[in-house]
Design a protein around this ligand. Structure first.
Ligand SMILES: [Zn+2]
Length: 314
């Protein structure tokens, strides 16, 4: 995958159908463009119905259209899963939740695609915070799609961060051992690359670290109490209430790491990123996280909990 593949994301997505992915239109965007779900993995309906033992893993990317990495990572993952041994694991993805605004962002991106350009993407609506409200047809389509599942064992909403002091995820679910397993897999990728896993949430949204880089998920009510907005509820809350998954994960993959922002208040992190976006001179060194590392982190995050659950079944 290249950043430039954002310009042909739909074509790449539709191409996975030839290799075994099942693609369905689950609704239409505000501009009447199709929103797609993709199913990959074990498609043996007999076994699933008979034993009920298949694990159902659901992931959505692009609830914030300016955060593009999750969308690239999921389309790439679909191709990989098409040719992998996925016995007893079913994956169901909505790789592009807000396609109208993603299209606006992609249109803005001229080559070469650089970190400041990715930081300056402006088209974004809060489909995550207003997931339960009836303001976006995209959310209604995804909600209706989610309701068709008999159960969901693992759920992800994939997000991204600008340049941050380190890496962090938000997690929840019934199994602390599963969270520990996922945290360990992510740490295995981070250690040789010297990517710091943060001890506390730089945004201040989450109050509790379960493992380095792994924080509890703040609710919409908690988020609302910290600013003046009135979010209705997130996709995470929607799925948690209806399905009580074993594992729920939210990625916040940063575009780069700036250790000098460690312990910095969120305002300082924001102004640092604003300056970077404007190509202004900055006084702290930072390192871009290359695209392949960002994709690897997201894909391991999505795959690790399924691996853990299969191990438990043995
Ligand atoms: Zn986001």
């Amino acid at each position: 995958m290249k950043w430039n593949d954002l310009k042909q994301l739909e074509a790449l997505l539709l191409k996975t159908e030839k290799h075994g992915a099942i693609i369905k239109e689950i609704g239409r965007s505000g501009q009447q463009q199709p929103i797609y779900s993709v199913t990959v993995g074990d498609k043996n309906p007999n076994r699933a119905a008979r034993s009920g033992a298949d694990r159902i893993i659901v992931a959505i990317a692009g609830m914030h259209a300016s955060e593009v990495i999750g969308q690239l990572a999921l389309v790439d993952l679909i191709s990989k899963l098409n040719s992998a041994n996925t016995k007893r694991l079913q994956y169901h993805f909505v790789p592009v939740a807000d396609r109208d605004l993603l299209a606006e962002n992609v249109q803005q991106l001229s080559e070469p695609i650089t970190l400041p350009k990715l930081l300056s993407l402006k088209s974004v609506r809060d489909l995550e915070g207003y997931f339960i409200a009836n303001c976006y047809p995209e959310c209604e389509a995804i909600r209706q799609w989610l309701e068709t599942f008999p159960r969901i064992d693992t759920f992800f909403s994939l997000h991204a961060a600008p340049v941050a002091p380190g890496l962090f995820f938000y997690v929840a679910g019934k199994s602390n051992d599963c969270i520990a397993f996922v945290a360990d897999r992510i740490a295995t990728i981070c250690q040789p690359l010297k990517i710091p896993l943060l001890e506390f949430d730089p945004t201040g949204d989450s109050q509790k670290a379960l493992f380095p880089g792994f924080f509890t998920i703040p609710t919409a009510v908690e988020l609302n109490s910290r600013d003046d907005r009135d979010r209705s509820g997130t996709s995470i809350e929607f799925v948690a209430k209806k399905f009580q998954p074993t594992f729920i994960g939210v990625s916040e993959i940063p575009l780069g790491i700036c250790r000098g922002l460690h312990n910095a208040p969120i305002e300082k992190i924001e102004s640092f990123n604003k300056q970077l976006a404007q190509n202004a001179k900055i006084n702290l060194p930072y390192q871009e996280l290359d695209l392949s590392t960002q994709i690897e982190l997201i894909q391991e995050f999505v795959l690790a909990s399924g691996k853990y659950q299969l191990k438990q079944d043995r």
